[in-house]
Design a protein around this ligand. Structure first.
Ligand code: SF4
Length: 461
């Protein structure tokens, strides 16, 4: 999971891209970067480790702001790494090409077969799938006489994985695309003078980008400063948007595939209360992603919902933190409200249990402030299988449910009095979607004949 943004138009390009990136910061905090194309055919990129606000002080970014007047437009990226070694990676956008033709690429997703692609095209693996992905797009564009639209149209024929991508070229032109299965979100707005794009609709709303549209799965959209062109990928596929975007990733005020993230999460809570009821005194959400589901659980069960846990906003999202940081994050992230928890039977609602690290620490600290009973309720089904399409769980060994088959053992592991999960049907009813990717719950990957074992063999971190 990462966030991508793009802007071209009359207003200050750099400020607009940075604003979109800040609005997407929940999708990645490890590194941030932007690339702009000048009207005279140069592509400049500015990247650094850290959040957007952290890199704003970096000297190279200040020089970006100073390229005024001649900027056509650009793209931005906030990073959460899903491949390559942690702490040793290039931040995106990645710039590829030569003095005659250059492109910068930012993408959100994972390319599971990037080592095979690197072998096939004799490319350097660099520090992960982003290097191979950017180079592949460049090679294909050059093959098609410097046509990135055509490159992105045929790209799905080469790639196994999921992606939403933004490219700025030295022509100059901005091109955005979603893979044909539509795993990751991407939306844009367009008037005759301005083009905005962002991973989530909430970012477009926040910057006042006007009426937006979601990029359809397999769509390739290009803006050259005057006109918008829409093309479609050459491969037709079953549509499989990531259900986990509704469970955890996306912001509450976003819309994905026409479905409100808030409404989907609230309804997941209601479904959860139906399949996993329990007698208790109060419903307490794990902030922030468990909150809407807790409200739904409370509405359906008739129990009061109270804030018993306070999140430290400065620590960041534990799920998307790299492994060495995750342990620290799970310890530092929460404070506990004794007034709400002491002596009470609590239904603790969270969006998912992936590794179990955070939940165990929360339950133990709730007991230390006097919670009498703790019944953990999870608004998604058991997370059993790894993801190869954009989140950082690529090994079964990382997953608590894979390691611990029985719910009572998982409850014991996280030290809860009971544990209850949502069902896949519940997610279907909550989102109203007929088709989606739920491979992390089912182990069925939407890549035709490719099975879990094939993907595990293919994907090298
Ligand atoms: S495997 Fe899970 S997290 Fe990955 S794309 Fe599918 S639903 Fe989303």
């Amino acid at each position: 999971m990462c966030g991508i943004a793009a802007y071209a138009g009359r207003q200050d390009t750099v400020t607009n891209i940075l604003t979109l990136m800040i609005e997407l910061q929940h999708r990645g905090q490890e590194a941030s970067g932007l690339a702009v194309a000048s009207t005279d055919g140069e592509v400049h990129s500015f990247t650094n480790r850290g959040t957007v606000l952290e890199i704003l002080n970096a000297e190279n970014l200040l020089s970006a702001v100073q390229i005024r007047g001649g900027i056509f437009g650009g793209i931005g990226h906030v990073r959460y790494s899903t491949s390559g070694p942690f702490f040793h990676y290039s931040a995106q956008p990645l710039v590829v090409g030569n003095s005659r033709y250059r492109i910068a690429v930012a993408f959100n997703g994972t390319i599971a077969n990037y080592t095979e692609l690197a072998r096939e095209f004799s490319m350097d693996r660099g520090d992960g799938d982003s290097t191979v992905f950017a180079n592949l797009i460049y090679r294909l564009a050059v093959e098609f006489d410097r046509d990135v639209v055509e490159a992105l149209r045929v790209l799905p024929e080469y790639v196994v994985g999921g992606y939403s991508v933004a490219v700025v070229t030295s022509e100059p032109r901005i091109v955005i695309a979603r893979d044909p299965r539509g795993f990751r979100p991407l939306a844009y707005s367009f008037t005759d003078a301005e083009f905005y794009a962002a991973s989530e609709t909430s970012a477009l709303d926040a910057v006042g980008a006007g009426v937006w549209m979601e990029v359809l799965p397999g769509e390739v959209i290009s803006f050259d400063g005057k006109a918008l062109e829409v093309a479609r990928a050459s491969m037709a596929e079953c549509v499989a948007p990531c259900i986990f975007e509704y469970v955890y990733f996306s912001r509450l005020d976003s819309v994905f595939n026409g479905v409100s993230i808030y409404r989907a999460r609230f309804e997941m809570g209601r479904e959860l209360a139906k399949v996993a009821p329990v007698e208790a005194d109060v419903v307490v959400p794990v902030p922030d992603s468990g909150r809407a589901a807790a409200l739904g659980y409370g509405r359906e069960s008739g129990m009061p919902v109270e804030e018993g846990i306070v999140a430290n906003k400065y620590v960041g999202r534990g799920f998307i933190a790299p492994p060495p940081v995750r342990e620290v994050v799970s310890k530092l992230k929460y404070g506990f409200v004794k007034d709400v928890l002491n002596g009470r039977r609590v239904v603790l609602v969270d969006d998912s249990i992936v590794r179990g690290t955070t939940m165990r620490s929360i339950v133990s600290r709730m007991r230390s402030v006097g919670a009498q009973e703790i019944h953990v309720r999870v608004s998604s089904p058991p997370f059993r299988y790894p993801c190869f399409m954009g989140i950082d769980v690529s090994s079964r060994d990382e997953l608590l449910v894979w390691r611990t088959v029985y719910e009572k053992d998982i409850a014991k592991h996280v030290e809860a009095d009971s544990l209850g999960y949502n069902t896949l049907k519940g997610l279907m009813r909550a989102t109203g979607l007929a088709t989606f990717c739920a491979a992390c719950f089912t182990g069925v990957y939407p890549f035709g004949d490719l099975k879990l074992e094939d993907l595990e063999r293919m994907f090298v971190r």
